[in-house]
Design a binder for this molecule. Structure first.
Ligand SMILES: Cc1ncc(COP(=O)(O)O)c(C=O)c1O
Length: 471
């Protein structure tokens, strides 16, 4: 019979943290920080005490200093950036991860962490319907997942050109060309920079009004290149949610011997739901994919997944080996083979728990629900004179402009005014950005808490505020 644990009553710092945490999300009604930087510095500041203090006092003080500086990104009204809501079961697993204090670098350091990670990676490939024998690295987010995918790409395209990157280094290898959309996410440019690629390695391909790469221009540019090539595509544009034309990109990659990497920080999850899956058609033909755990999967920060079709290329790019880091038994998982870190957090526990808590249907329903909410909001706002939705609402993203009809500057001003007005009562958190030469309100619907009820209330609020601004 399985042993049943008796859970003793908590005491000390954990009791304080737990008692507070249980009510936090219910009481966090203002989504905006209320303290200034100077005030926060003052609350956290002072000299390092010479003597240590009791843990529960430290935690109580931490809570007091922190509260006024917190952002309510776990709440239903948070639409400013593409961030999930930190699934509470995933959070509980994340607490335990810290209690257990496991180092997930290699199997021997924590067989449980390695196995939870192995199973979570299998579930990931299954729910996203990607090649089941692809290798996966658990990362801090999509930026590092992109870094890993592109590192594998760099290694492999140079190997195909006859260069062993481990031997020659980048300096003695021919320049690689990376073909990407002019509207690619900034994190991709950062990942390329970390990998030693400069602007001269990048071939910019124009994007259409939704941010999709122009495949005809890409085809011409690829045909004119003699270099080892990487194509960097997008599933789920940061503003519009748009998807590149993957069947065409996969054909071009094949024709020109290029590696196809897809930045799919949140768009890949469209694949988990039957009504949105069609947008990812052809994505399964890519060589590598980067996605986030802390966006649509709702894992607590920080979590991402680097998925690489060619396990050997992945390992060549990342492997850290030494005689004292012995290999796992029976094909067990040594995460150092797939990640740039040696010591690392055991993210597999929260990944495993979040997957279990949502289940396959829960993930599909959530994606479906968020996309339906986005369509509903677009439908309601499009009917209001002066509100323009710039993007084709295909996913969970809306890009709105508030235009009183007096030219671009007035529209920019009104859109900024709308951001301020929406944030005023603390119930919502919105952010504007500059996109395609104008100020836009970005609306991301991706928090597990957010449903049609919130969206209807939001539509009414926007309509009322817009009528006040116009008046
Ligand atoms: C399309 C896209 N790619 C990459 C990223 C970077 O993800 P992360 O912040 O998890 O590193 C984001 C973040 O919003 C994104 O939307």
């Amino acid at each position: 019979m399985q042993q049943v644990h008796a859970f003793p009553t908590l005491s000390g710092p954990l009791a304080t943290a737990s008692a507070y945490a249980n009510g936090y999300r219910e009481t966090k009604t203002n989504l905006h920080p209320t303290a200034t930087l100077a005030e926060l510095r003052k609350s956290f500041g002072g000299d390092l005490p010479a003597k240590g203090q009791p843990g529960e006092d430290v935690i109580a003080e931490l809570i007091q200093a922190t509260e006024p500086g917190l952002v309510g990104n776990t709440q239903a009204g948070f639409h400013a950036w593409v961030m999930g809501g930190a699934n509470i079961t995933g959070v509980a697993a994340d607490w335990l991860t810290s209690i257990w204090g496991q180092n997930a670098g290699i199997y021997k350091c924590s067989p449980a962490a390695a196995t939870a990670e192995e199973v979570a990676c299998n579930w990931l490939l299954d729910v996203l319907d990607l090649p089941r024998d692809a290798s996966v690295g658990l990362t801090t987010g999509a930026t590092m997942a992109g870094f890993i995918g592109l590192a594998a790409a760099r290694d492999e395209v140079l190997r195909r050109a006859g260069y062993d990157l481990a031997e020659t280094g980048l300096q003695y290898a021919p320049p690689v060309q990376v073909f990407l959309s002019a509207d690619t996410h900034v994190s991709n440019r950062a990942a390329l920079r970390f990998l030693g690629f400069g602007q001269r390695n990048i071939v910019e391909v124009p994007a259409d009004d939704q941010g999709r790469m122009d495949v005809t221009v890409l085809g011409h540019k690829l045909a004119n290149s003699r270099a080892p090539k990487i194509i960097l595509a997008t599933a789920g544009h940061i503003n519009s949610g748009a998807f590149d034309d993957f069947p065409a990109l996969a054909d071009l990659a094949k024709l020109h011997g290029a590696w196809l990497h897809v930045d799919a920080a949140f768009g890949l999850w469209a694949r988990a739901n039957v009504t949105t899956r069609f947008m990812t058609r052809g994505i399964e033909r890519a060589d590598s994919w980067s996605t986030d755990g802390h966006k649509w999967l709702q894992m607590p920060f920080d979590a991402g997944f680097a998925i690489v079709r060619d396990r050997d290329a992945h390992r060549r790019a990342m492997d850290i080996t030494a005689s004292y880091l012995s290999e796992a038994p029976d094909g067990g998982r040594d995460a150092t083979q797939f990640n740039p870190e040696l010591s690392r957090r055991a993210r597999g526990f929260s990944a495993w728990a979040t997957f279990k808590s949502l289940g396959r249907d829960g993930i599909a329903d959530m994606v479906h629900n968020h996309c339906a909410c986005a369509s509903l909001l677009a439908h309601k706002l499009r009917r209001v004179p002066g509100i323009r939705i710039l993007n084709d609402v295909v996913l969970n993203q809306l890009v709105a402009v508030f235009d009183p009809g007096q030219g671009q500057e007035a529209a920019d001003r009104a859109t900024k005014q709308m951001e301020n007005a929406l944030n005023e009562d603390g119930q919502h958190f919105f952010q504007t950005a500059q996109w395609r030469g104008q100020r836009v309100l970005r609306i991301s619907i991706i928090n597990q808490q957010t449903g049609p009820r919130h969206i209807s209330a939001l539509a009414q609020k926007i309509e009322k505020l817009w009528s006040d601004i116009r008046a």
